[in-house]
Ligand binder design. Structure first.
Ligand SMILES: *[C@@H]1O[C@H](CO)[C@@H](O)[C@H](O)[C@H]1NC(C)=O
Ligand SMILES: *[C@@H]1O[C@H](CO)[C@@H](O)[C@H](O)[C@H]1NC(C)=O
Ligand SMILES: *[C@@H]1O[C@H](CO)[C@@H](O)[C@H](O)[C@H]1NC(C)=O
Length: 510
């Protein structure tokens, strides 16, 4: 992940924001009911507030180009359409009494088979398949987890256990609230421990034969071959305000449109990477592959200025405008990187530097089908071979680029992300051997308490990523688990495809 080493002191504004918002709204509501001088006084007060708010926001400085006009309109202009939430949500510091569990939606039509990568859900839950999950196992995650999320009868409780970087926790909980709105009454009660850092934390090696049935269940953004963390979609699907990266559904469409700007053949015939090289040694190595007067490795490497990016002043970080090179490099930082979906979505062939971590969808990506593998131990040379091969085989490269984008554009639509969360949480909830209860020290969260808190951009993102109501269709149908033979043949296919790439590269270098 990108900028783990920079600390922010922006936690703690949550309740504060909610309170301001509720005061503000209740003023609007009460105004017409008062009479005489107090009305005039409060109208004047209200106007001063409003003008002050606009001046202090420097509207156009603060709102980066990455936010579409549509989401802006939703924020500022009152609207009467049913999916804009300012009209639908009454900001409050307490959750309303109605329970989501009671709003059972009608039997809706099914939406077909889930994408293949959903099969990894079975794999991730496998350690508990035989014996289930006890409360002790869940609570044993408490020493490492950042938060505990408990769902009882459709109501959500959040207990913050440790300080979390930026707003990762906030946006993940927001995502879970949206899921419950999308499929009300369909999820069982839940008790989840969540790790919001970069690296997975549950080591396989800690669970030998004697305690193999006692694995600590921990939700996290990524996993690796040596860990047992349960992989869950990261916060960025609902927005990453600190880096001005808007919610995925809107960004996905921008990327789709951005792809049409420059045809592959007209793109710069180089491999492109832009990011923070100070996280992880491999990224630092990547700097050496940059084009110089003396060396041409076929790569252009840029150091992203995080200060400017965070203020939204570096307009070249607009992701939808970054599809200008024929090849795009993906390289891990401290662990997996949120950027993978943005890179794959460009229609350019992605060059994946040997990944060591996976997130919930990447295990089903295949070399030479969706991407081109780059050997981390021989990076510059490997990139050079890929670019040379690619410029000589434009047809194949475009197919690989398109297949990568198609995977992201179709299999990673928000509907699928929600369905993935649904099936994972459903499967997890069924494994719990106890009835979850509200933990001491937790707070109840709901749209009303979360929607209005945080800085402007955070609220904008929450707004534009909120679902409009219960889905018309049920979640997709889960594919069956991999049996050992199918899994084996899948892994063999993957490894054979990688070997084929090596052969192509060898023939290129001959
Ligand atoms: C809602 O907005 C549409 C135009 O966007 C307008 O035609 C309609 O009358 C409005 N409805 C209400 C109830 O204000
Ligand atoms: C919002 O909620 C408050 C108390 O929770 C209530 O008094 C007020 O009438 C509500 N406003 C609207 C517009 O529903
Ligand atoms: C890489 O090379 C390009 C073109 O020469 C240059 O603009 C860029 O600043 C270089 N990147 C780094 C990190 O030095």
């Amino acid at each position: 992940m990108e900028e783990e080493n920079i600390h922010h002191a922006n936690h703690g504004y949550l309740l504060h924001g909610a309170r301001i918002c509720s005061v503000f709204l209740s003023k609007m509501v009460e105004l017409p009911m008062k009479t005489g001088a107090p009305v005039r006084a409060s109208i004047i007060f209200f106007l001063i507030l409003l003008i002050g708010a606009f001046i202090s926001l420097h509207w156009f400085d603060v709102v980066p180009p990455a936010i579409s006009d549509i989401s802006l309109q939703k924020t500022i202009l009152p609207s009467n359409s049913s999916n804009t939430y300012l009209v639908g949500i009454n900001c409050s510091i307490t959750c309303p009494i109605h329970s989501l569990a009671t709003i059972k939606s009608d039997e809706s039509s099914s939406s077909g088979m889930c994408p293949e990568y959903f099969r990894w859900i079975h794999q991730d839950l496998n350690p508990w398949k035989e014996k289930g999950i006890t409360k002790e196992m869940v609570e044993s995650a408490g020493s490492k987890a950042h938060m505990r999320i408990v769902v009882v009868n459709g109501r959500v409780y959040w207990k913050k256990l440790r300080w979390v970087y930026q707003t990762r926790d906030v946006f993940n909980i927001w995502g879970i609230l949206q899921l419950l709105r999308l499929y009300p009454g369909k999820l069982p009660d839940l008790d989840i421990m969540f790790e919001c850092g970069d690296k997975p934390v549950i080591q396989k090696s800690d669970y030998g034969r004697s305690n193999a049935n006692n694995v600590t269940p921990m939700f996290h953004y990524c996993g690796s071959d040596s860990t047992l963390d349960i992989v869950f979609p990261d916060w960025s699907f609902w927005g990453w305000p600190e880096l001005q990266i808007k919610p995925w559904e809107a960004l996905r469409k921008d990327l789709e449109a951005g792809n049409k700007r420059v045809k592959w053949i007209d793109r710069i015939p180089y491999a492109y990477w832009k990011g923070n090289p100070r996280v992880g040694l491999v990224r630092n190595e990547l700097l050496k592959c940059n084009l110089t007067d003396t060396h041409d490795w076929g790569a252009l490497i840029y150091d992203l200025n995080w200060g400017l990016a965070r203020q939204g002043r570096d307009k070249s970080t607009d992701l939808a405008k970054q599809c200008t090179h024929r090849y795009k490099i993906y390289i891990e930082g401290f662990a997996w990187s949120v950027s993978e979906k943005y890179i794959l979505a460009c229609d350019s062939m992605s060059l994946l530097v040997t990944p060591h971590y996976y997130d919930f969808f990447t295990r089903s990506l295949l070399p030479s089908i969706h991407y081109w593998p780059i050997n981390e131990n021989n990076m510059c040379k490997s990139i050079k071979s890929a670019v040379n091969w690619g410029n000589k085989h434009p047809q194949q490269v475009q197919e690989i680029g398109k297949a990568g984008s198609k995977f992201i554009q179709e299999e990673l639509k928000m509907k699928n992300v929600y369905d993935y969360m649904f099936h994972l949480l459903y499967g997890y909830g069924k494994l719990l051997k106890y009835k979850p209860t509200v933990p001491e020290g937790s707070v109840e969260v709901c749209l009303e308490t979360m929607a209005c808190s945080g800085p402007e951009l955070e609220k904008t993102f929450k707004m534009s990523s909120s679902v409009s109501g219960p889905a018309d269709t049920s979640p997709c149908t889960m594919p069956p688990p991999y049996d050992p033979t199918t899994l084996q043949s899948f892994l063999e296919r993957k490894s054979n495809l990688a070997k084929q790439v090596e052969r192509w590269e060898a023939s290129e270098n001959r």
